[in-house]
Design a binder for this molecule. Structure first.
Ligand code: NG1
Ligand code: ZN
Length: 543
């Protein structure tokens, strides 16, 4: 191993004394100025992971929906999935080691994982548009270089684009060409073919307003527009030309604040969507004639997509098992609708797409979405093969059309990870093919009013959870208190969990009216503050 080089490069990326960071829900996240050493070390770790898996590994520099001043890094595994959980602890050990201890941490990993250090490694690197991302991604490159390994710097890409190219590279192009252009070609062909199944969907008949969160998604959507000539015309706002990344715009703002982003013009009934800062999430929204705001979040998206797929499956008559995976944040109405009306099995996973992705892999077709708009659809290899074979077999024209539409859907979906651009194209195609306005889509079921709040506590680890994070086991008495508070409201549900990306405890409540959801969320916040060591201002009622 090149330990001298490791230490030499490391001195250019010193670790701030005493700084301890954790590989959280989506990698490391912090203020950008705290991350230079982490980036360097994730370059080192990516090389070890690449040697271990004998595959190309990705490193994405982004802090997603977090403020522009923050940054972060996530590693991408061979098939475009999130880094294997067993390696998260190595990431944390490496990030927190004092400089002189680096060689021994690296050697430990090499030994524990029986890594052949002579094995070649190859790393693909991407970054978002944050001003800090350029220098931070060169720190990653230093890490890769220190271990004398090769890399390709994809530069500015969305997170899902990097996941896509990693999957392509490691499957010898079976998933597509491993370039950003290959991504545009694959998705646009699938989209154009899908909407062509219906003559009413051509000629720019689909018009959509997009809030690009002033981030990478805006940039990439602009690049992609020329490939979508046939059907879609986009009005792009918050394209990064002036506004600040994720500031009063973007999917997280729209979802959490439950209001439209700043800086976009829209007429009543006009369909709009918001990407997040690295374009792996999307939510839709519109204002009705009375000016009321309506949000169509990940749950509504999961319902739309799973209904569409289920209808096609019925037509092609293949016995494939489809399920929807959600988290505790899924609106109760969506779960009830899927289970009771659509008769689709629904599972609840812990927050964080890696958990949802894992669960979704258990089915022939696994649709997973977090309420915040991060999600995708996974087709098992056999399901995909069966559907593809059907297209060229002896069947009726109607059946063939349905099978073709499923094939186009498979190709349009980015199965590696949630992808705002890909999800947007799937949704737009479905709405057009099913002749659904955004209002009609919204009316499929009515969301229960809900509220999400944050509480600051001295140490959020005092809160431990069970049952896919729907119940707390510590501190003593907290769950009993939440149960007691929930009983006072109709159709109510509430839960508490420590965030994996911010130093806060999250509180979620839903109930029959917004007033009740707000009151319950406030009461639960107060219980957290009192029983879990709240710091700073005591939570106040929302109204
Ligand atoms: P945390 O901070 O652990 O709640 C948030 C989101 C997740 C996920 C991650 C990664 C909510 C309530 N939580 O996690 O769904 O997207 O960020 O970005 O939206
Ligand atoms: Zn994101």
């Amino acid at each position: 191993m090149h330990m001298e080089a490791v230490l030499k490069f490391s001195s250019q990326h010193p670790k701030p004394a005493g700084l301890i960071l954790q590989y959280g829900t989506a990698g490391f996240r912090s203020r950008a100025e705290h991350l230079d050493h982490v980036m360097y070390r994730m370059g080192l770790l990516a090389v070890l992971r690449s040697k271990k898996t004998k595959s190309v590994i990705g490193v994405m520099v982004t802090a997603s929906h977090n403020p522009e001043e923050d940054n972060g890094v996530k590693l991408v595994d061979p098939l475009g999935e999130m880094l294997a959980q067993e390696w998260e602890v190595y990431a944390t050990d490496l990030a927190n080691a004092e400089e002189q201890g680096l060689p021994s941490v690296l050697n430990d990993i090499i030994q524990k994982e029986s890594i052949d250090i002579k094995q070649e490694a190859f790393i693909a690197i991407g970054r978002d548009t944050r001003p800090s991302s350029t220098v931070l991604s060169s720190a990653v490159i230093d890490g890769v270089t220190a271990l004398a390994s090769k890399f390709h710097d994809y530069g500015l890409v969305t997170t899902p684009q990097l996941h896509y190219v990693i999957c392509c590279r490691n499957t010898n192009g079976r998933y597509g060409q491993p370039t950003v252009d290959g991504y545009y070609q694959k998705l646009s062909k699938a989209f154009n073919d899908l909407v062509k199944q219906d003559p009413g969907c051509g000629d720019k008949s689909i018009c959509l307003t997009v809030d690009g969160a002033n981030g990478i998604g805006a940039l990439k959507l602009k690049e992609m527009e020329q490939y979508l000539q046939s059907a879609l015309s986009v009005k792009l706002y918050n394209d990064g030309s002036e506004g600040k990344l994720n500031f009063q715009c973007g999917a997280d703002y729209v979802k959490v604040q439950q209001k439209p982003p700043e800086g976009i013009e829209k007429k009543p009934g006009e369909r709009c969507c918001s990407f997040d800062g690295d374009a792996d999430r999307i939510v839709y929204f519109y204002n009705d004639d009375a000016g009321n705001f309506h949000l169509l979040d990940g749950d509504k998206i999961a319902t739309l997509i799973s209904t569409f797929i289920k209808e096609l499956l019925v037509q092609i008559d293949l016995n494939l098992k489809m399920a929807v995976v959600q988290t505790a944040y899924a609106n109760g109405s969506s779960t009830r609708y899927l289970e009771n009306v659509m008769k689709v099995p629904v599972y609840c996973a812990k927050t964080g797409v890696k958990h949802l992705h894992h669960k979704a892999q258990e089915f022939d077709i696994g649709v997973y979405f977090e309420a915040n708009g991060h999600g995708t659809v996974l087709f098992s290899r056999t399901a995909e093969e069966q559907i593809r074979q059907l297209v060229s077999s002896e069947i009726t024209d109607d059946k063939r059309k349905a099978a073709k539409m499923l094939v186009n859907t498979i190709d349009l979906i980015n199965q590696t990870v949630g992808d705002a651009i890909s999800d947007m194209l799937v949704i737009e195609a479905i709405l057009c093919l099913k002749r659904l306005t955004v209002q009609k889509w919204d009316e499929i079921y009515t969301d229960l009013p809900n509220r999400q709040l944050k509480v600051k506590v001295a140490d959020r680890k005092v809160i431990e959870t069970t049952d896919a994070e729907r119940r707390t086991t510590t501190p003593a008495g907290l769950q009993e208190k939440v149960d007691y508070l929930v009983k006072n409201y109709n159709l109510a549900r509430a839960f508490v969990r420590p965030s994996g990306t911010e130093d806060v405890v999250r509180v979620y409540a839903e109930a029959d009216t917004q007033e009740n959801a707000d009151a319950l969320a406030y009461e639960v916040s107060l219980a957290v503050y009192e029983l879990a060591g709240g710091v700073g201002e005591v939570p106040k009622p929302l109204r």
